[in-house]
Structures are given as structure tokens and as C-alpha cells.
Design a binder for this molecule. Sequence first.
Ligand code: 5AD
Ligand code: SF4
Length: 442
Amino acid sequence: MTEPRKLYVRTYGCQMNVYDSERMAEALAPAGYVATDSPDDADMILLNTCHIREKAAEKVYSELGRFKPLKAARPDLKIGVAGCVAQAEGEEMMRRQPMVDLVIGPQSYHRLPALEAKLREGGRAVETEFPAEDKFDHLPQRPKATRGPTAFLTVQEGCDKFCAFCVVPYTRGAEVSRPAARVLSEARDLVARGVREVTLLGQNVNAYHGEGPEGGEWSLARLVRALAEVEGLERIRYTTSHPNDMDDDLIAAHGDCAKLMPYLHLPVQAGSDRILKRMNRKHTAESYIRLIERIRAARPDILISGDFIVGFPEETEEDFRATLDLVEAVNYGYAFSFKYSPRPGTPAAERAQVDPAEAQDRLERLQALLGRQQRAVQDAMVGREVSVLFEKPGRFPGQMAGKSEYLHAVHVEDPRAEAGSIGRVRVTESHPNSLSGVLVGD
Ligand code: 5AD
Ligand code: SF4
């Protein structure tokens, strides 16, 4: 038997990249690759990159620079760059960094086995086309190895929204939904391997409109309801969504589908209508707040999470205060906030930029408010019973850690709490990033 080749994959950015990295590793398994945790003994290094914010390409180039001694010592080492920076840089990456053997965009991963064979013959390859076919179609089926209790499952990719700050529509291309039957069979396979919770992924996942098993189109709500029928699958989540694609059925599903978890990531980005318009968001602060009210009417305890950008071109202090007002009105349980970063090729990059010190100050004020809300929402769990899917041992001996339905990290000290089991936990304490509690039964 030949020695296995070692593959080191480093993943940056969103959960979709996490999913893609897993699938790339699986795609290379038939060529004899096994995963390694260190670049030092790897035969192939793959960087799965993210382009969403500042200096993404520069960071990748400097990261690549660090592999130079390895490549010098072992010229057979193959270095590949995947993900959104690969898509954006393409040929340029080959020119600037001769050490790179492979540049592969996110829509081309099904070509990975063929390209790897080409590399072994001493070639280099750049692949950044947007083929019409499903990139997962030609990837090998997941091998039957067992896995942890939670998994990501990509159901939709790309985005047609063209928010003025965002590179996604350029790096990931137009919206494409995977057929429902394929998603369902992948979910069943994951369940057979021990998965009890899936998070459906898409850049704009609530715009999902995949082909139905008997023709026609399925919405995300329809897909969620069908997944809820899969025996052994206990929890369903999805991320990330655009407010304008929250249709009535999906809102209703939050109320009547017990397996759909009460957590919703629904980015708003800003609270000023003037800025929302300049961002090409196609919704107002008011319509977003009304939408949240409708979702909460369907599922009163739902935890809302969001994304925010401060310092978007032309944002004034008054505009920024409208963001703070919106945050006050919504009460977020979780949030991600960013300083605007101009992405080349996007409309907003050409506009007058806000003073960086001002943007920093706004970011700190917004984060202080969001931090207080987040903490209050988490603290309010103390004394309540939550359902926890246990995932792995906690940081301290005897601890088992998992996630509540609201996605809070929860740990207990109880030998009955086994990885993969779901238990009722009475929350006793709130810590900076987690809750602790006691098991009260199943
Ligand atoms: N600058 C800052 N934040 C951005 N995001 C996307 N593009 C940019 C940008 N150019 C943020 C948005 C989005 C999240 C994934 O990243 O808030 O929802
Ligand atoms: Fe980017 Fe999301 Fe807007 Fe699409 S909806 S352009 S992915 S921010």
C-alpha cells in the first residue's frame, strides 16, 4: 500500500467555508489524502479563504509567505488557494505568488480531484468559472464515518441582492439552490452517521427555491417541514437570511415546526432609511421592526441575532443614532458588528468614506449597546429550563457542553449527559460566554 498523503486545510470566514472545507477533504480522500492538523508534515496545503472584509487578499499573500520555507524544503508540497479570495484574484494569484500550484473558486470544487491529478504531474491550475451544474453533484458521497451531533448542510449559494457594500454576488455568483431531494438524502445520511442537528447554509438561505422531488419549486419553509419528518433529526437551523425573503410560510414554520429552533439570524445592517437605501437593502427600519414583530408573534421566545455595519459612506451621527434606536427596538440576543470596509468592485467603495476615527467610535458605542443586550438576554435564561444538545466534554473535568435551542453554550456536570443526547437543563448561572445548569431529565 502507498503511504497516505497528508492534507492540511485552513478555513477562514463563514460557515459555508467550513462546510466546503469538509467536502474538499472528502473529495481528495480517494486520491489517498488524509487530514493532518499541521502544515509542517502536509503534502498539500489548502487555504479556504474569505473576501468579505478588509485586506483579505493581502492577508492570504502574507499567509502564503509563511509556507515558503516548507515549500523550499519540500518542492513536492502542493499549495492551493480556494474560496472567495481565490475567486476574486484568479490568475493574478499565480503571478504574484509563484509558490501557489492551484487557485480554485468556490463553484469549482467538483473539479478538485482532476486538478489534483494535474498538480501531481507537475502542472499548475486556475479554475474560477461559474459552471451551471451543482458543484456537489460530482463530489463523492460522504463516507460513512461517524461524526459529531451537529453539521452544516449547504442548500443554497450565491446572492442576487447586490447590497452596495458586499462582494458576495461577485465572488459566489448568482443564487443557486440545490434540489430538495439531494438535501434530504444528505440530511438522512448525516443522521445515519450520528448527526442530530443540521444548520442549513446559504448566503441568502431564505431565498431558497430548490427543485422539488416531484417537480415544481420548494421554498425554505417547505424544505424545513420535510426535514422535520426525517426520523432522528431533532433540530433544524438556517443561516443567513435577508429580511425581504422571510415569507409567511417560513414565519409560520417558526410557530408550528417544533424542530425548527427558536433562533434567527436576520441581518439589518443599519437603522437609517437613508443609509439602507444607499446600501440597496430594499427595506426600511420600520418594515424590519414590523417583520420582527410578526416573527415574535409566531414564536414569542425566538432569539434574534443580526449583523451591523457602521461608518457606511455618508453615514452621519444622526444616521448612526437611528441604528442605535433600531437596536433598542429589537433587543438582540446576539450580534456581529463591523466597520464598513470598501471592497473593490462594489458600488459603495467609490463613495466618500467616513472618517475612520469616527467609524471606530460608532463601532464601540454600538458594540457596548449590543453587548449589554446580549448579556441581558443570556442572563434572563437563569432559572429557566432549556433543551440542550450535548456536543463534547467541557473545559473542566466532568463537564459536558452543548447548545440550548437559543444557541447559548450550556454546560453541566452530570455523567448522564452524553454527547449526542438532548437533555432538559435548568439554568443556574450565567457566565461571560456560557450558561451552566443542572440536568432535570430528558
Ligand atoms: N464592510 C463591512 N462589513 C461587511 N459585511 C459584508 N460586507 C461588508 C463590508 N464591505 C458584513 C455584513 C454581512 C456580514 C456577513 O458581513 O454585515 O451581513
Ligand atoms: Fe451580501 Fe447578504 Fe446583501 Fe447578498 S444579501 S449582497 S450576501 S449582504
